[in-house]
Design a binder for this molecule. Structure first.
Ligand SMILES: Cc1cc2nc3c(=O)[nH]c(=O)nc-3n(C[C@H](O)[C@H](O)[C@H](O)COP(=O)(O)OP(=O)(O)OC[C@H]3O[C@@H](n4cnc5c(N)ncnc54)[C@H](O)[C@@H]3O)c2cc1C
Length: 293
């Protein structure tokens, strides 16, 4: 199907994008990688009257470490993350996820910021962003604001970005030496959205106990969910097999999936626990904690 008629505007700066957004009001929509928006327009699930293309804004195409964070600009493609040396060496959770988002063709165009703004309940980046305690910088007519990911994710396909605002970048705290993570995604075939996904990031204290932890699951509810009870169980504790099993079980308790062609409610609930256990085990193993009792 062809999209409904729309006006196309190219923004060459964030100021131009904001001005176009202000003029368009509720009729305007930002175009980033277009990998979610264009299909939605073709199916007429989205019918923006004005499309504001931010791709010409070269100043938003960056991926760098600054101020204790990995900072990813709104025009940085998934492909840039997948091929980044810094990410490959230091951001294990992000490195894992960057290889399993859609397929290479989609990753050439899709953006992390666009994925967070789209906030598909089965999207990979919202799950990863929760576990890594990301923050999103958003710009509007009244200035900039920084939103913690827990507040940014509101509901299915709904975020804290307000009409007239542009998401500028996502900031992910730089992991220290004793930090690692893992992303586990179950998909029917390569390139598919997740049937179930789990993300974990852990920092160990000098004595081997868990100093900091982020845990999230995806595709098992109306939005990506932090598994706060699992974090609470493990924080301050030294990992054991039993603790990991109990923490993973917390995912099955909060999982509230819908049945579809990827699986039944029972299957997805059970798999949320399995994937979370795998993510926790993989993270501890990467941190050099082997042979857990
Ligand atoms: C075949 C296929 C398979 C896919 N598989 C997966 C998958 O396995 N996992 C997964 O997570 N995703 C998957 N996707 C989605 C893909 O990763 C998208 O790239 C991503 O969801 C959206 O990013 P985008 O840059 O393309 O955003 P767009 O499609 O351009 O925009 C998406 C939405 O976000 C808004 N938006 C974008 N950027 C901004 C901004 N800076 N400020 C404010 N609003 C903004 C847009 O207005 C729009 O509403 C798939 C897509 C396709 C086509």
């Amino acid at each position: 199907m062809f999209p409904a008629q729309f006006e196309y505007r190219r923004a060459r700066s964030t100021e131009e994008a904001l001005s176009a957004l202000a003029q368009a009001g509720s009729d305007g929509r930002i175009l980033a990688g277009g990998q979610s928006l264009i299909p939605a327009m073709r199916y007429r699930l989205a019918q923006p009257a004005v499309l504001i293309d931010i791709n010409p804004i070269q100043s938003l195409d960056y991926l760098r470490e600054a101020g204790g964070s990995l900072v990813i600009g709104a025009c940085a493609r998934d492909f840039a993350l997948e091929t980044s040396k810094i990410i490959g060496e230091r951001y294990r959770l992000i490195a894992d996820a960057s290889k399993v988002i859609a397929d290479p063709v989609v990753r050439q165009m899709g953006t992390v910021v666009g994925s967070l703004c789209h906030n598909d309940p089965a999207g990979d980046w919202p799950v990863v962003a929760l576990a890594s305690r990301a923050q999103i910088l958003v710009r509007g007519a009244k200035g900039d604001r920084t939103i913690a990911i827990d507040d940014f994710i509101v509901d299915s396909f709904a975020t804290a970005v307000q009409e007239g605002e542009l998401a500028i970048e996502v900031r992910i705290p730089t992991p220290g030496d004793r930090t690692s993570g893992s992303y586990q995604k179950m998909e029917r075939k390569v390139g598919d959205f997740a049937t179930v996904a789990a993300a974990v990031q852990i920092t160990l204290a000098a004595d081997g106990s868990v100093a900091d932890i982020g845990v999230a699951v995806g595709a098992v509810g109306p939005k990506a969910m932090r598994v706060a009870a699992a974090e609470k169980l493990l924080k301050g504790a030294k990992p054991t097999k039993e603790l990991i099993r109990a923490a993973a079980e917390e995912a099955t308790k909060i999982a509230d999936p819908t049945a579809d062609n990827r699986g039944s409610v029972e299957f997805k609930k059970a798999m949320s626990g399995v994937l979370l256990r795998r993510a926790l085990e993989a993270t501890f193993e990467r941190l050099g904690v082997g042979g857990l009792k």
